[in-house]
Ligand binder design. Structure first.
Ligand code: SF4
Length: 325
């Protein structure tokens, strides 16, 4: 399979001023050594609780956040880690991002047609008013919106329609890879499935590749070919979606999945309730960072940090847990 993206050892750390009387600086380790690949035409789901670093990871791939502590990002065979903004600019048409809140990223004073027209102009996609108007019509068609909507303003749209506009804007530059950051989390359940189905159709028609970030495991299962689970800035498990949902290996994945109904399993999993709260990125525990909450923690887990390694009999299923090492 052809790799479109490869991320290795990526770290994004932020200095944070501590609030204590003594002052001083602490470091938030938002992304703390992440490696994975995305293959052409697939959807890789990235799940985890809020604060696990998944959004920062997505943003660092499209350079909205700089990898601060090392690692490498290779896109279509090219190392893009050290590229300056000018060198990275042409790649922005190949890589797009869809956000949770399309309203926040749409200018309220521009009609949808003007917004799309701006994008087409800035990136030199169409030349001349007629060609641009035609392309705008085509984009609205592609995302299932009436062409008349081009003259409307963002506040005139429902949440689902706004997300369709967000998708149209991403598609305007003919990208091959789209990072979808919680694209349906703010929508009603019935609208969620419409948008997910639209994303699936577009993937088939346009040969798109997605990195799909979400905290909702059911949504991720529905759209993903493979799924990566993140905990405190690291990927703790990655596998084909079917395998991961039927046979999760990492205790954290097992706990997450035990909380959602799995009718296809024919029985409900036994609910695993985790101890304590999710620690923040300022205070990541030593050893296996999951050890204070893990029902299977051993003495060794406090000291030794597990690596993300393939299971012996399943090379494409990787787990970061000492139980398997
Ligand atoms: Fe639990 Fe230890 Fe595995 Fe970490 S390494 S998930 S603490 S068993």
């Amino acid at each position: 399979r052809e790799q479109i993206l490869s991320v290795s050892g990526l770290k994004v750390h932020f200095p944070v001023r501590s609030s204590g009387l003594a002052g001083g600086k602490q470091v938030a380790r938002a992304v703390n050594g992440v490696s994975f690949e995305v293959f052409k035409g697939e959807t890789l789901g990235l799940v985890g609780e809020s604060g696990c670093g998944k959004t920062t990871l997505g943003r660092s791939i499209v350079r909205l956040v700089q990898p601060s502590k090392g690692g490498k990002i290779v896109f279509r065979g090219r190392d893009i880690t050290g590229l300056g903004n000018r060198e990275f600019r042409p790649l922005r048409t190949e890589m797009q991002m869809i956000f949770q809140d399309p309203f926040g990223s749409l200018n309220p004073r521009l009609t949808v047609g003007q917004t799309l027209g701006e994008v087409l102009k800035v990136h030199g996609i169409t030349k001349g008013t007629q060609a641009t108007a035609k392309k705008i019509d085509q984009l609205l068609d592609t995302v299932g919106l009436n062409r008349d909507y081009a003259s409307r303003y963002p506040h005139e749209f429902s949440g689902g329609q706004r997300q369709r506009v967000g998708i149209a804007r991403a598609l305007a530059v003919n990208p091959s890879f789209i990072i979808c950051d919680e694209p349906v989390s703010a929508l009603d359940v019935s609208i969620q499935s419409q948008i997910i189905n639209l994303l699936k159709d577009l993937q088939r028609e346009l040969g798109l590749t997605y990195l799909f970030i979400a905290h909702d495991l059911s949504v991720v299962e529905y759209i993903s070919d493979r799924v990566a689970v993140m905990y405190l800035g690291k990927i703790v498990e990655i596998a084909d979606a079917g395998t991961l949902y039927a046979n999760p290996k990492h205790p954290y994945t097992q706990a997450l999945l035990s909380a959602i109904p799995m009718p296809e399993l024919g029985h409900q999993r036994e609910r695993i309730v985790l101890k304590g709260d999710l620690p923040g990125p300022l205070s990541i525990p030593e050893g296996c960072s999951f050890h204070p909450r893990c029902p299977f923690a051993m003495e060794e887990c406090r000291k030794r940090e597990p690596e993300l390694l393939s299971l012996q009999d399943e090379p494409s299923h990787k787990v970061s847990c000492l139980l398997y090492q």
